[in-house]
Write a protein that binds this ligand. Structure first.
Ligand SMILES: [Zn+2]
Ligand SMILES: [Zn+2]
Length: 681
């Protein structure tokens, strides 16, 4: 054996190279740097330094997939390994600590092993499916004739704490495949046998992990020992058929989540609670904003007066802004002949998303899933010259799309919705300015409605997959270059996603970030090389020749319904003054202050403010409470002192009693906040 065979080189992320005896582990490497790093390390990422050939298998990526859990590893690829894996060749090595998201996944998958350990100790008759990490935690599938109860989950959680306290090492073992199969067969574990048969080949050794008496068929990696699973909680229980087939036994999927610390775990559940409190379906009912009516059908929204007021404000703002920015407003029908959908291509490519046709005496008709063909017909109705361009047609257009029963979700996923849709027809030279203007408009929209933060993605084509895209190379290159330089001109950071464009053109997606840090896809600026060709759109150029205009689809709210849902959750129903359907609640202290309250009501209404007087024969505090429950920005209380001084006593949402002030001052201040679309009160 030569010296080079018994020592290996380990290259660290900072470029330093360590020479170690072959068989050293990532833990040894960490320990050599500092014992503190060794204690903090969770798992290691390695990549062989001398790869023989480019790797084709993927070691990461499909990390939830069964193949990733069980299949043979690609020894050439970058991959995660246990800290106690003996290293036998030169590698680039990175030690992952709590700072790395991949390390958290390893903790969560290890927690799934702890769960299975606890379940087998408490319910030895249980058979095991599989237990991967997910984006938010982990699960394990179990087969047991008697279903688990919520009490069982508590019991299992308690036993998991014991398994963690034992701090059992996760030991990686190998076993000849046939021997492993025979063992799982005696244990009657049909699911483990299935995974082994499916993901390993005869003659191979299978990869097993042992902690204490518990052994699982798994490729790893795991944390060094069960004690490293520090904060874990089971969350829920769901039924699923084995392999998704209802003829198969029903499995019980136990979900849980794990974090590096109790603090992180608590924050996670506080965050979930906050999300639940802000659920637009709950608030929509509580604040009487909208409903979905069983008798009318799923996914169809009824806007109640208060929701309708907010919608009116949104739409008024959008229409006025369109006019100010050089758009022309149009209205188009909700249905059209199938012939139109054939010309546009929707009948062929999109019909599974459309409502089925209606047979009338002259032809078949279909509800519109998009407004584009209608705006195209308006463009085409008169000949256009380059002097007419750009043509910008905007509509708050109702569209109808078929979503499967059971897939609808409040305002977010519906069958009928309103797009703030516009189509821009322009010359190639005008594209960049038009895109810049669209981005400006999108930014103004998000800012006005109270979203400070957004993320931008540019979806481009995959030029290697040429046949999947409509339009010439020139057009694609020009369009991508214009989107690119428009974003650069606006100095907006963005992520380019190759291969994500629709077949008919590249696009910019703008995702807003809400108050809880969630991303929502709303605004889109989408190029289209397909429809102008299908409808043979033209304009006469400066050269007197006929040319095809460039077409851009753009929506800023995206869907008015969906944007409204996001607004409800972002503000938790406590809308800023300019959007609040009811801005001011009036509470006379007693009967004798009713006349003064009516005068105040009249003055506020004359000033253009939305106000409601509670003249019921109820206690003052009950009236204040009712307005507070409705999240009304201001409640004005009026008694003797106020009526004598032409004043009001102001209670501001979230801040309580602000004392008495002259009515005129209150009106002036409120109008200023509305005018500025301020989020302050
Ligand atoms: Zn595992
Ligand atoms: Zn369109």
């Amino acid at each position: 054996m030569s010296a080079s065979e018994i020592s290996i080189r380990v290259q660290l992320p900072d470029g330093t190279v360590k020479e170690l005896p072959a068989g050293s582990t990532p833990f040894d490497v960490a320990n050599g740097i500092s014992p503190r790093l060794a204690a903090a390390a969770v798992v290691a990422r390695i990549k062989p330094l001398h790869t023989a050939a480019p790797s084709t298998a993927t070691s990461d990526g499909d990390t939830h997939g069964e193949a990733a859990m069980y299949g043979a590893e690609d020894a050439q690829a970058e991959r995660l390994v246990d800290l106690n894996t003996p290293l036998s060749e030169d590698v680039a090595l990175q030690l992952l600590t709590e700072k790395d998201a991949d390390a958290l996944k390893v903790v969560r998958h290890s927690a799934a092993h702890v769960l299975a350990t606890a379940v087998l100790e408490l319910f030895p008759e249980t058979k095991l499916g599989h237990g991967p990490a997910t984006d938010s935690g982990f699960f394990y599938d179990f087969y047991r004739p008697t279903p688990f109860t919520p009490e069982d989950l508590k019991l299992i959680e308690g036993r998991m704490a014991e398994v963690i306290a034992r701090d059992q090492k996760f030991v990686h073992e190998w076993e000849p495949r046939e021997q492993g199969l025979a063992r799982f067969k005696t244990e009657n574990d049909f699911m483990k046998m299935h995974f082994i048969e499916r993901f390993t080949k005869p003659g191979e050794d299978i990869s097993l992990y042992r902690n204490g008496a518990f052994v699982d068929f798994c490729r790893g990696p795991h944390v060094p020992s069960t004690g490293r699973v520090k904060a874990v909680k089971l969350t829920n229980l769901a039924g699923a058929y084995w392999l998704g087939d209802e003829k198969n036994p029903q499995l019980q999927r136990v979900y849980g989540t794990a974090f590096f610390s109790k603090k992180d775990l608590d924050e996670h559940f506080a965050h979930l609670e906050e999300i639940a409190k802000r659920d637009h379906r709950v608030l929509g009912k509580q604040l009487d904003l909208f409903s979905i009516q069983e008798l009318a059908g799923a996914g169809l929204i009824f806007w109640h007066p208060k929701g309708a007021m907010i919608r009116k404000i949104m739409e008024d703002w959008m229409r006025e802004e369109c006019i100010r920015r050089g758009y022309d407003l149009v209205y188009t029908p909700h249905v059209a002949r199938v012939d139109l959908w054939k010309t546009s291509g929707h009948e062929g490519f999109y019909s599974q998303n459309m409502f089925t046709p209606m047979e009338l005496d002259d032809a078949d008709y279909r509800m519109k899933p998009m407004n584009c063909p209608f705006h195209i017909l308006i463009y085409k109705n008169t000949p256009k010259s380059y002097r007419d361009l750009p043509v910008r047609l905007a509509e708050l257009g109702n569209v109808y799309r078929y979503e499967r029963s059971g897939t609808m979700h409040g305002l977010l996923r519906v069958r009928g919705f309103t797009q703030d849709d516009a189509h821009i027809f322009c010359t190639p030279e005008q594209i960049e300015d038009e895109v810049v203007a669209c981005i400006d408009f999108a930014q103004a929209t998000l800012k006005t409605f109270g979203f400070a933060d957004f993320k931008v993605e540019l979806s481009t084509w995959d030029p290697k997959d040429r046949q999947s895209y409509a339009g010439s190379d020139d057009k694609w290159e020009l369009a991508i270059a214009s989107l690119d330089s428009a974003l650069k001109r606006k100095n907006i950071p963005y992520k380019t996603i190759p291969g994500e464009a629709a077949f008919y053109g590249p696009k910019i997606d703008i995702k807003l970030v809400d108050v809880l840090g969630r991303l929502w896809q709303l605004s889109t600026v989408q190029f289209d090389f397909n429809l102008p060709a299908r409808f043979e759109l033209e304009y006469v150029g400066e050269d007197g020749e006929r040319h095809q205009p460039v077409m851009v689809h753009r929506a800023l709210f995206g869907s008015v319904e969906r944007f409204f849902g996001v607004l409800i959750e972002h503000y938790a129903g406590a809308f800023p003054l300019w959007l609040a359907p009811l801005q001011i609640g009036l509470v006379p202290i007693s009967e004798r202050h009713l006349d003064y309250a009516k005068k105040v009501q009249q003055q506020l209404q004359n000033a253009g403010l939305r106000v409601e007087l509670d003249s019921r024969n109820e206690k003052m505090n009950a009236k204040i409470r009712d307005f507070t429950m409705q999240k009304v920005p201001y409640v004005l209380v009026m008694g003797d002192k106020e009526s004598e001084a032409s004043a009001v006593s102001v209670r501001t949402r979230g801040r309580g009693d602000q004392g008495s002030q002259p009515l005129n001052d209150f009106i002036a201040k409120s109008l200023k906040l509305v005018e500025e679309k301020s989020t302050d009160l």
